[in-house]
Design a protein around this ligand. Structure first.
Ligand SMILES: [Mg+2]
Length: 354
């Protein structure tokens, strides 16, 4: 049997997409610190341009904080119709090269170009050139054998640059990265890894596979692979996220409904930031609160609603709590379910990058 051909994956990430479009539309904004967003969505920035980033302004930052850092910051309202239209133009450019396109948001996508004879780096250069020529916007690209590395590499020569990591370079490329750059490694996981002396992927690479499996189960085996840059996940065309949520496992079980509320509020704030950061083009269909009780039984309370309303999350938490009959709670989850893009398209709220 013939060995499978090595894959060629490109991750394309537009540079400050929304802000770059606004600058293109109004050249007077060029070279000035600019942020998009702020008037809606509870006052956080959606995107900041590079001038604003020099002052420390970032996506998902509250407006008041951004203005403290940079009083001359220019704020413009988001115009999703315009960004979606640009996203569709860019998506059409991708389509000249491959059908295997997995959009992550309006300004980011994975492309599988394994079927093309041309080198991945040359394809990426051509795609970026066509984007620039046809939209006046710049993109950055990462080229690698898999999605994991391609995504990290697209940050390497940003803005308006690209970086290729060959299969042989994968483990070495990963070695210098902090473990937090790996999928699924958040603050909690970092806290578990830190006592083992693990700060970078190189540290993780030194730990025995069996040891990781013993400590973290199946997830440990995944860590072993990810830290070496091994990732077999396919590029999935039209993958669309159905929900966004976060969970919080308490170090000690929570005994009262009142005690659940502060952590819940913090989670809803985090959700608001995540939504503004990477899913601001989606339509929210319902809000969800999940509780897991001390006996590991779980319950989910859900209500149809289209905005992130903290009071509704609290009502849902109360509803779920009542079902527990005063059982202590070991985990709380809060999230949103997104509307079906097809249904949204009919309603003309939203069109997926397509
Ligand atoms: Mg981007």
């Amino acid at each position: 049997m013939e060995a499978a051909l090595p894959r060629k994956i490109i991750h394309i990430d537009m540079d400050c997409f929304y802000a770059a479009i606004e600058e293109r539309e109004n050249p007077a904004l060029r070279g000035k610190p600019l942020a998009v967003g702020g008037s809606q969505r509870r006052g956080v920035l959606t995107t900041a341009n590079y001038e604003a980033r020099k002052y420390g302004c970032r996506s998902a930052m509250p407006v008041f904080k951004a203005l403290e850092l940079c009083p001359q910051l220019i704020l413009v309202p988001v115009r999703f119709d315009l960004y979606r239209a640009e996203s569709n133009r860019i998506r059409a450019i991708f389509g000249r090269f491959t059908d295997l396109i997995e959009p992550l948001s309006l300004d980011e996508a994975y492309l599988d170009v394994s079927h093309l004879k041309t080198r991945g780096a040359a394809i990426a250069r051509e795609i970026r050139a066509q984007i620039r020529e046809e939209t006046g916007l710049t993109a950055s690209a990462g080229i690698a054998e898999n999605k994991l590395i391609a995504k990290i590499a697209s940050d390497w020569n940003k803005p308006d640059g690209q970086y290729e990591v060959t299969k042989d370079q994968s483990a070495e490329f990963m070695a210098t990265l902090p473990v937090g750059r790996l999928w699924g490694v958040g603050r909690k996981m970092r806290e578990k890894l830190s006592p083992l002396g693990v700060e970078t992927c190189a540290d993780l690479q030194k730990i025995d596979r069996l040891e990781l499996a013993k400590r973290f189960g199946k997830w440990g085996l995944e860590l072993w692979e990810l830290s070496r840059g091994i990732d077999h996940s396919p590029v999935r065309p039209n993958r669309i996220r159905k929900s966004l949520s976060s969970e919080n496992t308490f170090s000690e079980n929570i005994l009262t409904l009142d005690a659940l509320i502060p952590p819940l509020r913090a989670m809803v704030e985090g959700l608001a930031e995540d939504l503004a950061f990477s899913h601001s083009d989606r339509v929210i269909r319902s809000l969800v609160v999940k509780l897991k009780f001390s006996d590991f039984e779980r319950t989910t309370a859900e209500r149809a609603h289209s905005t992130l309303e903290p009071a509704i999350f609290e009502e849902l938490a109360a509803e779920a709590w009542r079902r527990g009959n005063n059982r202590p709670v070991r985990l709380i989850g809060a999230g949103v379910r997104f509307g079906d893009p097809q249904e949204s398209q009919q309603m003309e709220f939203f069109t997926e990058v397509d």
